[in-house]
Design a protein. Structure first.
Length: 87
């Protein structure tokens, strides 16, 4: 059940990113979709959707890999409690 919920949580941003890419593609071909009055607005909404969807997915992967210790040293979080004990 937990895996199904995790899959749904990741599926929603993927669909949003896909819709954003479709909006941008339609703008480049001059196809205006009904809720948007202008092509530039359609492209802007598509760009926001694409960046938000891909950003959510990338953030999830970074969080998961940090938890498992599979990231490069520059992407690791600094342990603030350990630094306070040293000082």
């Amino acid at each position: 059940m937990a895996r199904l919920i995790a899959f749904i949580v990741l599926l929603i941003p993927a669909l949003i990113a896909g819709a954003g890419i479709k909006f941008m593609r339609d703008t480049l071909y001059g196809i205006l979709i009904s809720p948007f009055p202008w092509l530039w607005l359609q492209f802007l909404v598509g760009l926001i959707f694409a960046v938000a969807g891909i950003g959510f997915f990338a953030g999830y992967l970074l969080h998961r890999d940090r938890k498992r210790g599979r990231v490069a040293p520059r992407f690791q979080k600094k342990d603030e409690t350990r630094e306070m004990k040293i000082k």
